[in-house]
Design a protein around this ligand. Structure first.
Ligand code: DP6
Length: 332
């Protein structure tokens, strides 16, 4: 039995759209900060038949839908293909029993799939001798953004080129202790979103804004964002990442069919935080993934003030997270 734990990451340059949907080969590079929670635990063991179970934080079993079960089965098949590619074809047994324990409410833009599929990949790394970069490829095959949760700190998913299964992999830009930022997460609604990222990615290229966005990331945003991180230039990081988050949502809203993940609460929180940082000179930035949830990323000296702001938001669930170390294998 192999056990691995992992946690989500929050993207500063967003991954939206694939050049190959089946293999989750992204259209562009992306960049994120790995978070220290909420933690997901995945257990993988040999079994006569393949199965997947999902346990909730309270210990109760969550019934998985057909779509979820098929996604895990597909992930394991793709992992087997990748292991052949990495010259480790017999590294995992023919059928696996997978158990997932997650404290993350799914579908609110808190990257639950990133934590789950990176933990699955990490568990497989415990069975096969793979590098972290190869493990990030396995994670990517379950969920593109999961590749960025294999290691901690600041992670880039490098898109690469072509249709080779291993062409896109994650690379660490800086470890967690380089810049100990915080992520105060304000979730206006814990209701499951209607359209998941996988379906959304498939429509991204129908937006008239898509290609310009990809070109922008390639030419400017990704290298500039990496530069801001390496120099710990918060103002620059805020300007680029906020521009990119809003740009991704404009692509989502103009793709066909359009996806509207942000709601009135999101826009209100953004407006209030812009006001607050101006009046109190706070190093805080906002960003949103595929949901109305607002991530308020800030420096240590602003953490208390931002948490206070977040907790004053009526009807919202708040998570106080910080930069984390990525996935790990657990003994036992
Ligand atoms: C908006 O990794 O969830 O959070 O590969 O289909 O699982 P799949 O998509 P996913 O896409 C993440 C989209 C995003 C932006 C990001 O995390 O970069």
């Amino acid at each position: 039995m192999i056990k691995a734990v992992s946690s989500p990451n929050i993207a500063l340059i967003k991954y939206w759209g694939n050049r190959n949907n089946e293999l989750r080969l992204p259209a562009a590079d992306s960049l994120s900060m790995t978070l220290d929670g909420p933690v997901v635990e995945v257990t993988v063991e040999q079994a006569p038949t393949a199965s997947v179970r999902s346990m909730l934080a309270d210990g109760n079993e969550k019934t998985l839908g057909e779509k979820d079960i098929a996604r895990f089965a597909n992930h394991i098949e793709l992992i087997k293909q990748a292991l052949v590619h990495f010259s480790a074809p017999d590294a995992i047994p023919a059928s696996l029993a997978i158990t997932v324990k997650s404290a993350i409410p799914p579908g609110i833009g808190l990257a639950s799939s990133a934590a789950v599929f990176s933990a699955v990949a990490k568990a497989v790394q415990g069975l096969a001798k793979l590098s972290d970069e190869q493990t990030s490829v396995l994670a990517r095959l379950g969920s593109g953004s999961a590749a960025r949760s294999i290691d901690g700190g600041f992670m880039a998913l490098v898109a690469g080129e072509g249709d080779d299964i291993g062409a896109a992999k994650a690379r660490q830009i800086a470890p967690a202790d380089h810049w100990p930022l915080h992520d105060i997460v304000v979730a206006p609604s814990v209701a499951h979103k209607k359209v998941g990222s996988t379906e959304g990615h498939a429509g991204a290229a129908t937006s008239p804004l898509f290609l310009t966005r990809i070109e922008n990331i390639r030419r400017e945003r990704q290298p500039e964002c990496i530069d801001a991180i390496l120099k710990k230039d918060f103002e620059k990081l805020a300007a680029i990442s906020e521009e990119d988050a809003l740009d991704m949502h404009r692509v989502m809203e103009t793709q066909s069919p359009p996806l509207h993940y942000l709601n009135d609460d999101t826009h209100r929180i953004i407006a209030e935080i812009e006001q607050l940082r101006k009046s109190e000179h706070l190093s805080v930035l906002y960003t949103m993934d595929a949901g109305p949830t607002v991530h308020l990323i800030c420096t240590e000296d602003c953490r208390k003030r931002i948490a206070e702001f977040a907790k004053a938001q009526k009807g919202c669930t708040v998570f106080e997270l910080k930069i984390g170390n990525g996935s790990t294998l657990v003994a036992g």
